[in-house]
Structure formats: C-alpha cells, structure tokens
Write a protein of this length. Structure first.
Length: 479
C-alpha cells in the first residue's frame, strides 16, 4: 500500500508550465488508458496501480508484480488471468452478474415545470426548452400528483428527491413554490427525508427566491459556460443579446446566502469554451459551492458537439484542472472542482455499478402533462417513456429497460476495464449518438486513479470519512 508519510510538496505549477504538463500527461494517458483486458487495468506512474475490474479494487504494486500484470493485459485467456489473480491473493467473488435490477418504485423525480425557455442556447438538447413541442407549463395539480407518486410507498427515514427543471423552471415560479411546500408537508407526515434541487439559467432569480431556496435547503445548479464573451455566444437571449452580466447580477443574492442552500455552477463544454482552468478559477472566485464540467455529446441541432479532437482537448483541459486541484489540496486550500471530487470519492469507496445512473430505475422525469420518462432528458422522447403519474410506472417497460441497459448488454462496454466505474455512459447520449466519449472517460478515470494514489500518500486527511480504495494484501504490496 502507498505510504501515508507526507513527502515534500511539489512546487506550484501555473500558466504555460501547467498547460504543457497537462498536455504531456493527456497524450500519454490517451494511449495507456485504452482497453487491453476486460478483467485488469494497470495505471502507470512512479507508483503503479492495478485495477481489478471485479469489485473496482485498486492495489499498489511492487515492480515485479506490475511487470507480470502488464504481461497479462494482452492475454485473451480468462482462465490464465483468473489463475494469476488467485495465486496473487487478489481473486474475489463476482460482484456483478447478468441479472438486471428488479423494477423499483420512484425515489427521485424531476419535474419539467416549464417546457419553455427565455434563452436561445445554441446547443440545447431540449430544443430551447420546449422538447420539440409547444411551449407549456406544468399545472399545480400535476406537480402535486407527482409528489403523491413519489411519497406513495416511502417509509420513515427513507430519502426521496424532488427536482425542478425546464426549459427554464423559474418561468413557473408559483408552481415551484407551492409544490415545494406540499412536498415538505407530505415528507414530514411520513418522516421521510426530502432533498430539493433546481437547475436554472439564473436569469429570473430574485432576492425572494434566494430566501425561499435557503429556507428549504435547495441544491441550486446554475448553467454558466465560461468567460463573459464565450458564455454570451453559447447562451444568448432569443434576441441575440448576451446573458452573462444579467445572470451574475441575479445570482448574487443566492451566492451570498449559502447556508442550508448550496449553489453550484454547471459548464457544458463545447469546442468554443475549452479553457477550463480559466473558467473554473473564475466561477470558484464568484463563490459557487462547486463547479462541474460536462461534455456536449448530443445537441438537438448538432451544434457544438465534441468530436474526437475536441474530446482530446477536453481531457487535456480537465487534467490541467485536476493538477490545480491536487496542488490546492496539498496546500490545504479549498478548490471545489466537482468532477475531481466525485471521481476521487467514488474511487475511494470502490464504486461498482452496472448502470451509469438511476434513470429508469428509481429516477424519472415528469413532463408538464404528467408523462413519466427515464429521466429529464427523455421528456418528449418515445425511446424512454414509462407511463404517467396517474397510472404509475409501467413495470413491463421498466423491466425491459433495466434488462437492455445493463452494462453487460452494451457493446463494447462488456469488454472494457472501466465498465463498472462508468456504467455504460448516459443512456440518452448513447441512444442518440453512440459512444464517442469512451476514450475521454477512460482517460479521465486513468488520471484520477493516478491522482488518488498521490493524494492518498501526500494528503490522506482529505479522504477522512471515506472507505479506502487500496485493498492491501501482502502479495500485492510487498512481493
């Protein structure tokens, strides 16, 4: 296992030096993270790590054992790999089989309370908020019926989540507030724990909204796409006027009132806003609780989708952000880069899953008319329909969905070393565009495993409260 003795901290890298280092790392990782064996993956570096895919178990390797593992990567003989794992004391009962999840009741709902939007974002998957149909708002009766479905079988102490999205959800403020208050009462009556969230473009927020979200402990996500000029290009009003300055003015009361409420920024990454370090530092400086990046893989018009070259550039930019995160952690400074935090925590607890998310399992989107879909992105899409709030989840459709979307049924996922960390990728993006991002996802996971090893050695206190990811065995660590 890696040592927990603190080493001398490296000098801080900034500017051109940091970008050049991130570029070198990204180019190497793009190659070394390619799938060579469905059971094993070796992560290179000063300290080499072995990922045993079954169980998402990480081991720090001594040089001779690392050499053996690298040789095995090219083996097509599963029995040879199994024998080596057994000899090394690293075998383990299979944790995920071909059996899909059983249908379950909803524990999280996303309400499309306003299927309309006041912005004209160039890449919107929801076709500028209307999901390909007429602009509409969700009536309060429909929203409350969705809450009833969410609370129908909840037990004391259980967690349920209610989210508000659009379009731009704040165009239906009255329904958001009334539905929230109704859900709070219903959850309290059942002694359930209710989580509330909203995703907004920020243009319509008010001081009163800040007070309401703080009172109810909302997780608020604001879409921000970079420096002012770039953001204005990607997220203009429908008349072409930029939205950045107006959003900054409108979100100020929320950013200044974060107690029970947390306000995060979400950046959709396109070929036009790849300077992620600059964006990350700007948004952190604005006092967002966290900042996350998401590649644009599918837009309704095809505008702004990242191709292979764009995804390579994004990986380099993400690694640059990750290196900055590592340096901040070593200095004991807060740097809320959400992608990095989530990746490290998932690696640390050994995340192991056959699906990428809860879509179609316990999480569903609800259209303004009350139709249920696999998630908020499938509103209005026939590929992911699951009944409606009046009749409940279509169990037959849910059973079929969970069987077909299991990672073992996905190609080429079933032979990829990252399959139980990735889960097969966003269902909506995969069904609409295929899998252009696999190399990017593997590259990011490969880098974060390297970073986990460094931080577990140099800054172990950061991981306090999380289960260790390095599963120690005498054979793996001392041979």
């Amino acid at each position: 296992m890696t040592s927990t003795v603190r080493s001398k901290q490296p000098a801080t890298l900034t500017g051109a030096a940091a970008k050049a280092l991130a570029g070198r790392i990204a180019r190497r990782i793009w190659v070394t993270s390619q799938p060579r064996n469905q059971h094993l993956h070796v992560v290179d570096g000063v300290q080499e790590y072995l990922l045993v895919v079954n169980g998402s178990r990480l081991y720090a390797l001594q040089p001779d054992m690392a050499a053996e593992a690298r040789l095995l990567l090219g083996s097509k003989d599963d029995s040879e790999v199994a024998a080596w794992l057994h000899k090394a004391g690293l075998d383990h009962p299979q944790e995920i089989d071909d059996e899909p999840l059983a249908p379950m009741r909803p524990h999280a709902l996303s309400l499309a309370v306003a299927q309309k939007c006041n912005l004209g974002c160039t890449y919107c998957y929801a076709q500028q908020g209307a999901f390909g149909g007429q602009a509409k708002e969700m009536p309060l009766e429909t929203a409350c019926a969705a809450v009833d479905l969410l609370m129908k079988e909840v037990k004391p102490g259980e967690n349920v989540t209610l989210s508000f999205l659009g379009g731009e959800p704040m165009q239906n403020r009255k329904v958001i507030r009334a539905t929230t208050e109704y859900a709070v009462r219903e959850a309290a009556a059942r002694e359930a724990r209710l989580g509330l969230s909203i995703t907004t473009n920020g243009t319509l927020l008010t001081e009163s909204d800040a007070e309401f979200f703080e009172e109810h402990g909302f997780a608020v996500t604001v879409s921000m796409d970079g420096q002012p000029a770039v953001h204005d290009r990607l997220r203009p009003y429908k008349n072409g006027r930029g939205s950045f300055d107006h959003i900054v003015e409108r979100i100020a009361p929320l950013l200044g009132r974060q107690g029970a409420m947390q306000v995060s920024a979400r950046v959709t990454v396109t070929p036009f806003n790849l300077d992620l370090v600059q964006t990350l530092d700007m948004l952190i400086g604005m006092r967002f609780h966290s900042v996350g990046f998401s590649p644009l893989l599918r837009s309704s018009s095809g505008t702004g989708e990242l191709d292979k070259k764009g995804l390579e550039a994004m990986l380099e930019a993400m690694i640059a952000c990750g290196l900055s995160f590592e340096q901040h952690v070593l200095r004991g400074a807060r740097y809320p880069f959400l992608n990095m935090i989530n990746a490290l925590r998932e690696l640390h607890r050994g995340t192991h899953r056959p699906y990428p998310c809860g879509a179609g399992a316990g999480y569903f989107g609800v259209s303004a008319e009350g139709d249920l879909s696999a998630c908020h992105r499938f509103v209005g899409d026939t590929q992911g329909q699951f009944g409606n709030i009046a009749t409940g989840v279509d169990k037959q459709q849910q059973t079929l969905w969970l069987a077909e979307r299991h990672v073992h049924r996905q190609s080429p996922c079933s032979t990829c070393w990252a399959r139980y960390l990735c889960g097969g990728g966003c269902h909506h993006e995969v069904l609409e565009r295929g899998r252009p991002a696999c190399d990017f996802i593997r590259g990011w996971l490969h880098y974060t495993i390297q970073a986990h090893g460094r931080l577990a050695s140099l800054a172990p206190d950061w991981f306090t409260g999380h289960r260790p990811a390095l599963w120690a065995t005498d054979e793996a660590t001392t041979r």
